[in-house]
Design a protein around this ligand. Structure first.
Ligand SMILES: [Zn+2]
Length: 405
């Protein structure tokens, strides 16, 4: 079995070792060493990365059958003696998150009585699952405060091995799941638990601990949190967002929620006023549009183009004009949010989507969509006059047949 140097000294960034076996793992070359500082994926902690004689170690995994650690390599390694280097930034991040997890789990237990049932560390997210639901915000604040208190007291973190029998004498946060030799991780006068991961030597190295999210997952609560550099990066990102948002509304950060509420209320009022004005416009515009309706072989047809019209009005007009008439309605407007609409009233023997596509093809365009009785597509300002011509041509073919060619 591979000697695990990361247990003796989690701060070891370089080591030398002898290759005892060359093998493969999922088609990639892999080696087993007599000793290693590479932590293999397990216990909620992702594996270390780094190099062996300069060859990238993509992954380190523990072989279930004999506990050997497989170093999965980018390409084959020829040498017998190797020098290993650990990607220290990645490893130290794992040590911060993992030690922070022990602190947070004990803080939850002390303040709320909730036990941690699982732990997961990802590239972005670190989570623990607690065996309870429904934590009041004040309890979460108290947990976070206690956890950070323990960090700032810079308590010693000690690890050692004990037989399962001996652990019964010790007060452990959770009793060990398996028998035999157990690795114990102790945060002085605070927490003691069985764990095979890598941890910092003093709690101060964990840095800030921040709970960022609580989610209910059935009858457990999933707590997302960040420790150390991850927490600081998150703070910097959020600070930037806050400053930018407050700046764009020209208010102080503390006034941001109030400023957003005021904007929302104003928007609601403006939308209401716009709705009233649109109704008013419809009442005024519809009679003159009705006068433009012309007979067609299948019933009636109405075509009208505006150089510019607020985009919200056009669909309202189209729907009102087709209602209750065997009428083909084609409306378009230019402007920044130009629109082309084809609407078919009851009894019109055409599919609005098809008519729309034919018109678009005459403009050398495609896109848009809708239903058989209503279809629309964006219309760039530049296409408005071309559409005018296309519609005149279509009109001519209309007089002679039942559809748009
Ligand atoms: Zn641990």
């Amino acid at each position: 079995m591979t000697e695990r140097l990361y247990w003796l000294d989690p701060y070891m960034q370089q080591f030398t070792a002898t290759v005892i076996a060359c093998t493969a793992h999922n088609g990639q070359p892999a080696v087993i060493l007599d000793r290693t500082a590479f932590y293999p994926t397990g216990g909620g902690q992702p594996c270390d990365r780094g190099t062996l004689n300069g060859i990238p170690v993509l992954e380190a995994v523990e072989r279930e059958s004999d506990g050997a650690i497989l170093h999965i390599l980018a390409y084959p390694l020829e040498a017998r003696e190797v020098e290993g280097r650990i990607d220290w930034e990645r490893r130290f991040d794992h040590m911060q998150q993992h030690t922070g997890q022990h602190i947070l789990s004990q803080a939850f237990l002390r303040i709320t009585g909730a036990q941690t049932v699982s732990f997961h560390m990802g590239e972005e997210r670190v989570t623990i699952d607690l065996d309870r639901i429904g934590f009041p915000p004040a309890a979460i604040e108290a947990v976070e405060e206690l956890a950070n208190q323990v960090v700032m007291e810079n308590r010693e973190v000690r690890t050692w091995f004990a037989e399962t029998e001996e652990t019964k004498e010790l007060s452990m946060r959770r009793p060990p799941k398996r028998g035999g030799r157990i690795r114990i991780v102790e945060i002085a006068d605070f927490d003691r638990n069985a764990c095979g991961g890598t941890h910092v030597r003093h709690t101060g190295e964990v840095g800030p601990i921040k709970i960022v999210k609580l989610e209910r997952q059935g009858d457990v609560t999933r707590v997302s949190f960040l420790c150390g550099w991850r927490a600081l990066r998150d703070y910097a990102r959020k600070h930037h967002l806050l400053r930018e948002s407050a700046g764009s509304l020209s208010v102080g950060e503390a006034m941001l929620p109030e400023a957003i509420r005021t904007l929302q209320a104003e928007l609601k009022e403006t939308r209401k006023a716009l709705g009233t004005l649109q109704e008013l416009y419809l009442e005024l515009a519809l009679p003159s549009l009705e006068q433009r309706v012309q007979p067609a072989p299948f019933g009636e047809i109405l075509v009208h183009l505006w150089p510019q019209l607020p985009s919200g009005l056009l669909p309202l007009l189209a729907r009102r004009l087709k209602e209750g008439h065997p009428r083909l309605v084609i409306l378009a407007s230019g402007g920044a949010d130009g629109l082309l609409i084809v609407a078919c009233g009851p009894g019109v023997p055409m599919d609005a989507r098809e008519v729309l596509q034919r018109l678009l093809r005459r403009l050398g365009r495609e896109g848009g969509g809708g239903r058989p009785d209503y279809a629309q597509a964006p219309l760039p300002q530049a296409d408005l006059s071309a559409l005018h011509r296309a519609l005149s041509e279509a009109f001519r073919s209309w007089s002679a047949s039942d559809g748009i060619s």
